[in-house]
Design a protein. Structure first.
Length: 343
C-alpha cells in the first residue's frame, strides 16, 4: 500500500464494530430502552381501559398487520433521515406504485405466481424511479430535500389519479390478497413476516456494511466523507433510491392487504413514517439512529391509532397525538444536541 493510500484509509470514517452488543445495550438501558418503555406503558394503558378488546390475540395481529406497511416505509426513511435529509413523497410513491402494479397485473390477467411477481417488479421499478428522481434533484441539482420530495409527493399522487381517472383499481388478483394480504405462516401474517425481514436486512446493512457507515457519515460529517474519496452525491442518490424502492414494495403490500389501490387512504403515511423514525431515536439532523429504534417507533403511532378506535375516540385525535409526539421528540433531540455541544 502506498503512503497516499494509507493516508486515505486512515481518513475513512471508522467502521462500526462487527457486533450487536452496542445496539442491545441501547435497547436495555439507553434511549431506545426508554422508547420501548413508553410503548409498553401505552399498551398497558389501552389494555386497562379496554381489557376485553385491546389485548386480544386478534387485535394484536391487526396492530402488527397495520404496522407492516408503515415499517417498510420507515426502513427507507431511516436511511434518508440519517443523512440529514427528508422524504415527504413516500405516501404518493406508495399510491403510484400500487396503481402501476395493479394495472400491470390486470393487463396480464390470471392468478399465476408469474403474474404476481411481475406486478411486484412493476411496483418496485415505479418506486425506484421516483426515488432516483428525488436523489438526483437533491444530490446533483442541490435542491433542498424538503422542496424536492414535496414536489414529487404531489406529482406522484397526481400521476396516480391521472392513470386511474380518480377511481380506485379493484381488479386485484385474488391469489395476491389471499396469500400475501391475509395469509399466515406459523400464525404470523405474511405482511408482518415480510416487513420484519425488510427491517432486519436494513438493520444489518446499516450496522455491518460500508454502505451503512457512509450513510451515518453523510449525516454527521459529509465533508469528511467527501475528503476520503467517497462520492457523496452518488451515495445520496442510492439512499433516496432505496427509500423509493421500499415505498414501491409498501404499495404492493398495501394492494395485497386492502385488495384495492386506496387512492385516498394514505394521506398521512408520510407524517406517520417520519414520526415513527424520529420517535425511534433517529435524529432529524442526521448521523444518529438505529433500526431497532425505528421498529419500536413504528408501533407507537400504530398502537395510538388502534387504541383510539378501540376506545371509540374519533380517529382525528390520532393525527393530533402523533403530531405532538413528533414535535416533542424533535425538541428533545435538539436539547440533547445542545447538551452534547456545550463545552
Amino acid at each position: 500500500m502506498t503512503t497516499a493510500e494509507a493516508t486515505r484509509e486512515e481518513q475513512r470514517p471508522a467502521t462500526p464494530r462487527r457486533s450487536w452488543g452496542p445496539a442491545v445495550a441501547r435497547l436495555r438501558g439507553g434511549e431506545t430502552g426508554r422508547i420501548f418503555g413508553a410503548l409498553v406503558i401505552l399498551c398497558l394503558a389501552f389494555s386497562i381501559l379496554r381489557p376485553h378488546a385491546f389485548p386480544t390475540s386478534g387485535n394484536i395481529v391487526n396492530i402488527a398487520s397495520d404496522a407492516a406497511v408503515l415499517l417498510v416505509l420507515a426502513v427507507g426513511a431511516t436511511y434518508v433521515i440519517l443523512t440529514a435529509g427528508i422524504d415527504l413523497s413516500v405516501s404518493g410513491v406508495l399510491v403510484f406504485s400500487g396503481v402501476i402494479s395493479a394495472k400491470v397485473m390486470a393487463a396480464l390477467g390470471g392468478q399465476s405466481a408469474g403474474v404476481l411477481l411481475l406486478g411486484l417488479l412493476a411496483g418496485l421499478v415505479a418506486g425506484l424511479l421516483w426515488g432516483l428522481v428525488n436523489g438526483v434533484l437533491v444530490a446533483k441539482a442541490r435542491i433542498p430535500a424538503l422542496i424536492v420530495t414535496l414536489g414529487t409527493l404531489g406529482a406522484s399522487q397526481g400521476a396516480a389519479l391521472l392513470i386511474t381517472g380518480g377511481v380506485d383499481v379493484r381488479d386485484v388478483p385474488f391469489n395476491l390478497v389471499m396469500s400475501v394480504g391475509s395469509g399466515t405462516v406459523a400464525g404470523v401474517p405474511w405482511l408482518v413476516v415480510i416487513a420484519l425481514l425488510v427491517a432486519a436486512a436494513g438493520g444489518v446493512v446499516l450496522w455491518q456494511t460500508r454502505f451503512g457507515r457512509y450513510t451515518y457519515a453523510a449525516g454527521s460529517n459529509p465533508e469528511a466523507l467527501r475528503r476520503t474519496g467517497v462520492a457523496t452525491s452518488r451515495h445520496l442518490i442510492k439512499v433516496y433510491a432505496l427509500a423509493g424502492l421500499l415505498a414501491g414494495l409498501a404499495g404492493y403490500l398495501s394492494l395485497a392487504r386492502f385488495a384495492t389501490t386506496t387512492l385516498s387512504g394514505h394521506s398521512t403515511d408520510n407524517l406517520q413514517t417520519i414520526a415513527a423514525v424520529v420517535i425511534g431515536g433517529t435524529s432529524l439532523f442526521g448521523g444518529r439512529g438505529t433500526m431497532i429504534g425505528t421498529i419500536i417507533g413504528v408501533f407507537i403511532p400504530t398502537v395510538l391509532q388502534n387504541g383510539f378506535v378501540v376506545l371509540g375516540v374519533q380517529p382525528f385525535w390520532q393525527q393530533i397525538a402523533v403530531g405532538v409526539v413528533l414535535i416533542v421528540a424533535v425538541y428533545l433531540d435538539q436539547m440533547r444536541r445542545a447538551a452534547r455541544d456545550r463545552p
